[in-house]
Design a protein around this ligand. Structure first.
Ligand code: MTE
Length: 306
């Protein structure tokens, strides 16, 4: 019995190695195609270069950056965004560039990500609540997008608007803020070379809790100016009213430049706690970016324009 139970393989049944390899390639190819058809189209991030712009200091860990967040659309506790932001669908996604410009355009997010050169920039970020982090953003200068849109002579400010969809953003079912989240910059702040549209973090796509698929990053201003999950960028004549100005105008001004000498009405801004560190450190004017941005505010009373 033993000898006869060995399966008999005819010589014609044996697949030559080269054919096997090709068959495997074909099978992996069709598997990949099937998967592509099943999943929403999602292009990988294009190549990027590292720059030293805004750099310095050791970055916080991936875990710190992605588990301690402010994103009220997903809850008001620091742990809420990481827990709840899974309901946000980031593909398909469009960003409408509109208002006072000659070339308005609705960008598909993947086309937008490919249209401008991506860079990694390690920025210090300071939250108005008194904590800070160092974050290796991946993004492109907003100035590039603005140049392409060709703002008219009437455009003095840029407004940034977050997605408004309570089905995907459960925090929008409660009036924690007047939704959608709105932020704004003066046109010269928006075109400053430090101002970034970020699509990634640590070389990977932005996690939802950090503002996927695209967010603003303005490192010399308090973190709330850096609006997340942006769907509209609008050129306007008048100074926009941001979500935080609308909620508490005495506490949050339009400029919101990091400034240790201008306290929040309810707490001092002189010091900050870098996440991961024990001792507090001194907060620096314009978050340490004075040499690059102070000229934007020459002659302005920073206590009045807080
Ligand atoms: N953008 C939206 N749409 N909603 C928000 O609640 N919070 C802001 C800002 N952008 C917020 C937002 C605040 S207060 C901060 S400090 C930063 O996002 C935090 O960004 P991070 O979680 O990636 O560190």
């Amino acid at each position: 019995m033993a000898a006869d139970s060995t399966p008999r393989i005819l010589p014609t049944e044996i697949t030559p190695e080269r054919v096997y390899e090709r068959r495997r390639e074909f099978l992996t190819g069709s598997l990949a195609l099937a998967l592509c058809a099943a999943l929403p189209a999602r292009a990988a991030l294009p190549a990027w270069k590292k720059t030293t712009v805004g750099g310095g200091q050791t970055a916080n860990s991936w875990r710190e950056i992605t588990s301690y967040n402010n994103f009220y659309e997903f809850g008001t506790d620091k742990e809420d965004p990481a827990k709840n932001a899974g309901s946000l669908r980031t593909r398909p996604w469009t960003v409408s560039v509109e208002g006072e410009c000659l070339k308005p355009r609705v960008w598909d997010i993947d086309a937008l990500t490919r249209a401008f050169p991506l860079e990694e920039r390690i920025y210090r970020m300071r939250c108005v609540e008194g904590w800070s982090m160092v974050i290796p953003w991946l993004g492109f200068p907003l100035a590039e997008l603005i140049r392409q849109a060709q703002p008219t002579g009437k455009a003095r400010y840029v407004e940034f608007i977050t997605l408004h969809d309570a089905k995907q953003m459960p925090g929008q079912r409660w009036p924690a803020l007047d939704w959608p989240y709105v932020e704004g910059l003066r046109l010269d702040e928006a075109t400053h070379p430090l101002t970034l549209m970020s699509v990634g973090l640590y070389g990977r796509e932005l996690p939802n809790q950090n503002g996927a698929p695209i967010r603003l990053v303005v490192p010399w201003k308090y973190g709330f100016k850096s609006g997340k999950s942006i769907v509209k960028i609008r050129f306007v004549e008048r100074q926009p009213i941001s979500a935080w100005m609308a909620a508490a105008p005495r506490e949050y001004g339009f400029y919101s430049n990091v400034n240790p000498d201008v306290d929040h009405p309810r707490w001092s801004q002189a010091r900050e706690r870098r996440i991961g560190e024990f001792f507090k450190r001194k907060t620096e004017l314009f978050n340490g970016y004075s040499d690059q941005v102070a000229r934007l505010y020459a002659g302005m009373d920073l206590k009045k324009y807080f």
